[in-house]
Ligand binder design. Sequence first.
Ligand SMILES: Nc1ncnc2c1ncn2[C@@H]1O[C@H](COP(=O)(O)OP(=O)(O)O)[C@@H](O)[C@H]1O
Ligand SMILES: [Mg+2]
Length: 268
Amino acid sequence: MAFLELHDLKTHFPVREGGLFSKETTYIKAVDGVTLKIEKGSILGLVGESGCGKSTLSRTVMQLQASTSGHVILDGEDLTALPRHEVRSRRLDFQMIFQDPYASLNPRMTVYSTLAEAICQRHPNLKNDKDALTKKVSELMATVGLDARFMRKYPHEFSGGQRQRIAIARALAPEPKLIIADEPVSALDVSIQSQILNLLLDLRDDLGLTMIFISHDLSVVRYIADDIAVMFAGKIVEYGGAEEVFHNPQHDYTKKLLSAIPHIKATA
Ligand SMILES: Nc1ncnc2c1ncn2[C@@H]1O[C@H](COP(=O)(O)OP(=O)(O)O)[C@@H](O)[C@H]1O
Ligand SMILES: [Mg+2]
């Protein structure tokens, strides 16, 4: 059994058509029968255009959004079968990295406070052990390539790339089983993008991190992912090894995504 398995996962949103008294309920099938697996220590790239269901799929995996049907099995445990209060205790096992680190970090909290809080979610006993906590914060900062001397600074005192490093450290702090990165480099300068992608790859290698990396950009996904799943209208229309999908796409939609990458077109 793979580390994370999705079996025929569906998330449908009811929409009432024709006004308040209409009996017609139709459904937006945001996730419509997704079956996927991710091995421990690997990165799955999830690619598809805006509105195809990527964020709904990740929210459903994390149990932030109830599924309509299907199963999410993490580390052998079916999360869709857990009672509500159990689900809440599993939330720490999932951490997210978002597109805009400035919006996702609390501007009034220093790096130290942000990371200490995230560490204590998993290790509440450390709240009373300032030395151990400071040591853990220093180690986390080093892990993501930040100088621990800056732990008392605020988010606005860092560059965009450094802020995303802080957000990555915060995601690592509760020792999650799975990280979901939703367009984590889309808002960064191209020169910074590759630094962050390389950091994520190093973390995968050094910590055995398991990750779903979401992007609309197939060239970014190819760079970082072991496997690629192409999503279209709630369904996975193509799945395979990253190079295989990139060089030998089977589905018309994947071919369209590939032809939308400018430098590929120029050299083809
Ligand atoms: N809470 C919701 N209620 C109703 N429709 C939703 C909800 N969340 C997302 N959707 C719809 O589901 C579809 C997929 O959205 P989303 O998962 O955000 O796509 P993506 O992340 O790929 O851009 C869209 O049509 C969106 O409008
Ligand atoms: Mg989205």
